[in-house]
Every structure is written in structure tokens, then in C-alpha cells.
Design a protein around this ligand. Structure first.
Ligand SMILES: Nc1ncnc2c1ncn2[C@@H]1O[C@H](COP(=O)(O)OP(=O)(O)OP(=O)(O)O)[C@@H](O)[C@H]1O
Ligand SMILES: [Mg+2]
Length: 391
């Protein structure tokens, strides 16, 4: 006779085994207790990011106009993201047109708040939001990432273990909770990535979904849709761009992020099932936004774009779906798609991005194709930001 299995017990056992396995995996991937560290960039990469030629970069060193950087035993210069920022400041100080090398916001420009969104799981919200954040940071923007997904994938990509580090406190939930919220500045963490701060996510965020109905009945102010914006107000002067990685659902958290946003990026995988589910998503979003708009939420966006992800240029049916989307949404579909690439998924296996891994770890073509595609996408996003600032 077989014994009945209690589902709760079995799930708990699985959870415990998985936690232990993940812990040992993390220890293998990263040295014990070591924080994640960003690699150095070659002179070619540095020149590219700075928007100058490699020879001009060499000349800056030769003329002693910029601080010396790490030298490999082979005599090659390698740059940290911090070095790049220092060089940017030097270049900007000598630039004829202000804002050539530090393109962040100026007096009168409002902070750009971008939400990566879709209720379809796995459409690439986290992947595109972290690559956008990193590219913008490498280009000298001051970025705050806000992880509002209880799954906390973004927080994990920054080298944290949400289930240990932020189990009971330390997530963005602390800053938006209804009873005794903390100032957001007390939640924000500096990350290993120069130029990016993080408001972590974690399971606690789920509380916000549970507590909001009662808070609405009690008329707690600010209401749910205004709480994210209210929390951001304290810190926004410190950033050029704030990026929300949304959960795959249209809950109160997502609505609150949307109401704080100036730009919306809807990630979409070009197949008919995903497009069909997006139609429901858009319908539901519109209905919900009507409700919060009637309740007094601000609904002013600078832009909304569809970001095509996992694009395979040689896949006929996909091309048809993309053509269909472009016909329908016109220039609301971003010009550059994010290619489907093993460089992106493989980097993800070690909790890294394409900007973090070394080119030598990958087949060259694979890496270059992924990098080019991500750069095009993110530079298009940068242009949208610049345009919103009237440049
Ligand atoms: N362009 C791509 N090419 C290859 N793999 C990709 C690509 N985009 C995303 N992935 C992989 O697909 C998985 C899901 O992506 P991601 O986590 O970004 O989706 P998501 O929309 O944030 O998911 P969720 O809804 O669960 O939050 C990840 O393992 C990621 O590495
Ligand atoms: Mg995600």
C-alpha cells in the first residue's frame, strides 16, 4: 500500500532542497560572500562607449588629461565603469556643446521613468530592463532600477539573494506600504554596477496586492496608484532615469508603477499566441487605467513602445507577425528588435547580462550579434529619453 503524500509537506521539502541547491550553486558561481564585480572594458570598448576614437583616447592618456588606468601584463589599458565616468567628466568639462559626454538631464528636464511591461510571463521584461539600465549607466546616466516583481529576478541579477537578503525587509515594499512606510532612500542599495542603484524586490511585495483592497475601503492616502510616484519623489533628483521591472500581472503594483511612468515599453514575442494574449492585456490595461484615471491618477506619458523580443530574422511566420504589428501600431513598434540569442540566455545562466560577460566566453559571431542588437535597442530607448527632454 502506498502512503498518501501531503502536498504541503512535499512542496516544503522541494522548497528546502531547492534553496540549498541554489545556495551551493551561488557559491560555485560567485566566491563565498563575494559581491558581484563588474569586469573591466578594453580600450576599444571604452572608446565606443565614450563616443570617441581609440586614437583620441590614447592621446588623452599621452597628454595626461585623464587618470591612468589598469594596465594588463601585455601593456593593454583596461577601464572600469568608474574610469569611464571620470573620463566622461573630463571630456564634458572641455566640450564645446554641453551635454556631449554627459547626456543626463539638465535643469528643467523631468526624470524619465520607464516601465517594462506585459502580463505575459517570459516575454523579456527583466532581460530588457537590465540591459537598458546597464547600457544607459555605461553611457553616463544615473540610473535607479526598481524591482516590483515578487519573483525578484532583477534583484537576483544584481547579485543579491532576495530569499536571504530581503526576506522580511529591504524591498521597495517598505517604501510603499500603507502603515509607516520608510523613505525610499533607506531601501535603495548601491549595486556592483557603477551608475546603477537598486530598490530591491522580493516576496514581501505580494503584501501590497493583499493590503490594497482594505486600504481603498479605509481611504488611506496616497491611494495605491499614487504611492510609487510618492516614494520616488524623495530620491528622483539623484537620477536621470528610473526603470521599473514589472511582474507578469496587472496588479496594484504594476498600476502604481504605470502611474509613475513617463515611458512604457511593452515587451512582445512575435508569435500569434503572444499577440493574442497581448490584445487581452491591452484591453484590460485600458479598462484599469480608465478607473484609476477617474480616481485622479496622472496619465501623462511621453512615449509608449512595443519592443519585439526573441526575434529570429529567418523565421517566416515571425516576420509575418512583426509585419502585422508594424502595420497596426506603426512607429509605436521599436525599429530595433531584440534578437533571440544564446548569448543572452547563456549569460543568464550565470546571472549575468551580455554587457557583463567577456566576449571570449562566447562564439564571436554569437556575442557580436547579440551585443549589436541590444545596443541598437537601448540606443533607441536613449533617443526616446533625449527626445522627451526636447533634444
Ligand atoms: N532575446 C532573448 N534571447 C534568448 N533568451 C532570452 C531572450 N530574452 C529573454 N531570454 C531568456 O528568457 C527567459 C525569460 O526572460 P525574462 O526573465 O527577461 O522574461 P520576463 O518577462 O521578465 O519574465 P517574467 O514574466 O517571469 O518576469 C530568461 O531566461 C532570459 O534569459
Ligand atoms: Mg521578469
Amino acid at each position: 500500500m502506498t502512503h498518501p503524500i501531503h502536498i504541503n509537506q512535499r512542496v516544503r521539502e522541494n522548497a528546502e532542497n531547492l534553496t540549498a541547491a541554489l545556495e551551493s550553486h551561488m557559491l560555485k558561481v560567485f566566491a563565498p560572500d563575494a559581491r558581484k564585480e563588474l569586469r573591466r572594458f578594453s580600450a576599444g570598448e571604452a572608446a565606443d562607449l565614450l563616443g570617441i576614437s581609440a586614437s583620441f583616447l590614447r592621446k588623452l592618456h599621452f597628454d595626461n588629461r585623464i587618470p591612468e588606468v589598469h594596465m594588463t601584463p601585455g601593456g593593454r589599458r583596461h577601464y572600469t565603469a568608474g574610469d569611464l565616468l571620470e573620463i566622461r567628466k573630463v571630456l564634458e568639462a572641455g566640450a564645446k556643446t554641453p551635454g556631449t559626454y554627459l547626456r543626463g538631464r539638465r535643469e528643467g528636464d523631468k526624470v524619465q521613468v520607464l516601465s517594462f511591461l506585459n502580463f505575459k510571463g517570459g516575454s523579456g521584461k527583466t532581460t530588457s530592463s537590465i540591459h537598458a539600465a546597464q547600457r544607459l549607466a555605461l553611457k553616463g546616466y544615473r540610473v535607479l532600477c526598481v524591482d516590483i516583481d515578487p519573483q525578484a529576478s532583477l534583484t537576483t541579477l544584481f547579485g543579491y539573494r532576495p530569499e536571504y537578503d530581503f526576506l522580511e525587509s529591504g524591498t521597495i515594499y517598505d517604501a510603499i506600504r500603507y502603515d509607516e512606510p520608510l523613505p525610499l532612500s533607506q531601501v535603495i542599495q548601491q549595486t556592483f554596477f557603477t551608475g546603477i542603484d537598486l530598490a530591491p524586490g522580493g516576496l514581501m511585495l505580494q503584501e501590497f496586492e493583499h493590503e490594497t483592497p482594505q486600504a481603498l475601503i479605509n481611504n488611506v492616502q496616497p491611494a495605491f496608484f499614487a504611492r510609487m510616484a510618492a516614494a520616488l519623489a524623495e530620491v528622483e533628483a539623484n537620477y536621470d532615469v528610473i526603470i521599473f521591472d514589472c511582474p507578469p500581472q496587472l496588479g496594484y503594483l504594476t498600476m502604481s508603477a504605470l502611474c509613475a511612468s513617463t515611458g512604457i515599453l511593452i515587451t512582445i514575442v512575435p508569435n500569434m499566441l503572444d499577440v493574442a494574449s497581448m490584445s487581452q492585456f491591452l484591453q484590460m490595461s485600458a479598462d484599469l487605467l480608465d478607473v484609476v484615471s477617474n480616481a485622479g491618477a496622472s496619465m501623462d506619458f511621453d512615449f509608449l513602445r512595443f519592443l519585439i523580443n526573441r526575434y529570429e530574422p529567418n523565421d517566416g511566420p515571425q516576420q509575418q507577425v512583426v509585419a502585422f504589428l508594424r502595420q497596426l501600431f506603426d512607429d509605436e513598434v521599436m525599429v530595433a528588435p531584440m534578437l533571440k540569442s544564446t548569448a543572452i540566455s547563456d549569460a543568464g545562466l550565470t546571472q549575468q547580462t551580455v554587457y557583463e560577460v567577456e566576449r571570449s566566453q562566447f562564439h564571436r559571431n554569437t556575442y557580436d550579434r547579440a551585443l549589436d542588437s541590444l545596443n541598437l535597442v537601448n540606443d533607441e530607448i536613449e533617443n526616446l529619453i533625449q527626445k522627451a527632454w526636447g533634444r
